[in-house]
Design a protein around this ligand. Structure first.
Ligand SMILES: [Zn+2]
Length: 309
C-alpha cells in the first residue's frame, strides 16, 4: 500500500477567522475521511508525523525570520488576513502555525517513506511561497526545501527535482533552490497571477490564463519527461495544487475534476516509469470542492498504484 501521511493537527481553525481567507481549514480532514469512507484506507493505515522543531526549521529558515513570526504583522502578511494583526501571537501560533509545523513534519516523513516505498503522499504541505527569509500566500514554512535538505544531510539523496503544478509560481521554493545546485524545480504556472514578482527557475513554464485541460496536460506531457531525463533526480517531490481547477477563485485555468485525476496519473506514471521515488504534497486549492478534487485524484493514484490491492 502507498503510505499516506496525515495528522488531525493539520487542520486550521481560528474562531472562524479562517473563513476570511478562501482557504478551507478543514480540507485535510475531509480528504482523510473521504478516503476512509470510500474504503481505500482504514484510520490506522495513515502514518502520523511529528511537528518540526525550531532546530529543524533552521536548516532552511533564517533565525531572524523565525523570530519575526512572533509578531502579528509578519503573520498577517504571510497569511493574507489583515485582521490577524489584532490577534495575540500565541493564539495564531497555536491555531495556525502549529498545524503548519505538523504538515511540514508530514512532508519530511512522506519524503522518507517515498525513498522506502517508491511513492508516498502527504495529505497537506506544499507551502511553496515560503523562502528562507520570507513567507506569503498562506505559506510560512518552506516544507519541501526543508524535507529535501534533511534527506540530503542524511546522505539519502544526491539530486532532487520538485515538480510544481500548483497554478501559482513556487517562488519560495525556487528562491531557496537557487542556493542549492543539487535541487531543481519544474514549474508550470499561470503567468499573470500571484506572486507578482517571479523567481528565476530551472524549468519555468509560464502559461496564459484560460488554459483548458487538454492543453495543460499536453504541456506536462511534452516538457516533464525532458526535465526528468536531464536532472535524473534521486527523489521527485510533486507539489500537486488543485487550483488549476476551473472553479478556483485564485487562478484562471479551466481544468475539470477528471483532468486533475489524469494529471496526477500522468505525473506519477512518468516518475515511477523511471524508478524515481516520488513524494506528493497537496499545496494550494481554494474552491469549495478542493478537498474532493484531491480525494478523487488520490483515489485515482491509489487505485492504479497500490500494489497490495
Ligand atoms: Zn496556488
Amino acid at each position: 500500500m502507498i503510505p499516506l501521511v496525515y495528522h488531525p493537527a493539520y487542520n486550521v481553525s481560528a474562531f472562524g477567522l479562517e473563513r476570511l481567507h478562501p482557504f478551507d481549514g478543514g480540507k485535510y480532514r475531509r480528504i482523510h475521511d473521504a478516503l476512509i469512507v470510500r474504503g481505500l484506507r482504514r484510520g490506522k493505515d495513515f502514518a502520523r508525523p511529528r511537528p518540526v522543531s525550531r532546530q529543524e526549521l533552521l536548516k532552511v529558515h533564517r533565525p531572524e525570520y523565525l523570530r519575526s513570526l512572533q509578531r502579528s504583522e509578519t503573520l498577517a502578511r504571510a497569511l493574507e488576513v489583515p485582521i490577524v494583526r489584532r490577534l495575540p501571537c500565541w493564539l495564531i501560533d497555536w491555531r495556525v502555525l502549529r498545524p503548519m509545523r505538523y504538515a511540514t513534519g508530514g512532508t519530511v516523513l512522506a519524503c522518507r517513506l517515498a525513498l522506502e516505498h517508491g511513492l508516498a503522499i502527504n495529505l497537506g504541505g506544499g507551502y511553496h511561497h515560503a523562502a528562507a527569509g520570507w513567507g506569503g500566500g498562506f505559506c510560512v514554512y518552506a516544507d519541501v526545501p526543508l524535507a529535501v535538505k534533511t534527506l540530503r544531510d542524511d546522505d539519502k539523496v544526491g539530486k532532487v527535482l520538485v515538480v510544481d503544478l500548483d497554478a501559482h509560481q513556487g517562488n519560495g521554493t525556487a528562491s531557496v533552490f537557487r542556493e542549492w545546485p543539487w535541487a531543481k524545480i519544474f514549474d508550470l504556472y499561470e503567468e499573470d497571477v500571484f506572486p507578482a514578482h517571479k523567481e528565476a527557475e530551472d524549468y519555468p513554464l509560464p502559461v496564459p490564463a484560460g488554459l483548458a485541460g487538454d492543453e495543460y496536460l499536453d504541456c506536462v506531457r511534452e516538457f516533464l519527461p525532458q526535465a526528468l531525463d536531464e536532472v535524473r533526480p534521486d527523489l521527485v517531490v510533486y507539489n500537486a495544487g488543485s487550483d488549476p481547477f476551473a472553479g478556483d477563485p485564485l487562478a484562471r485555468f479551466r481544468l475539470t475534476a477528471s483532468d486533475l485525476v489524469d494529471r496526477e496519473l500522468l505525473v506519477v506514471s512518468e516518475v515511477r516509469e523511471r524508478k524515481i521515488p516520488l513524494a506528493m504534497v497537496l499545496s494550494g486549492g481554494y474552491s469549495k470542492e478542493s478537498w474532493k478534487l484531491h480525494a478523487d485524484a488520490i483515489e485515482g493514484v491509489l487505485t492504479r498504484f497500490d500494489r497490495a490491492r
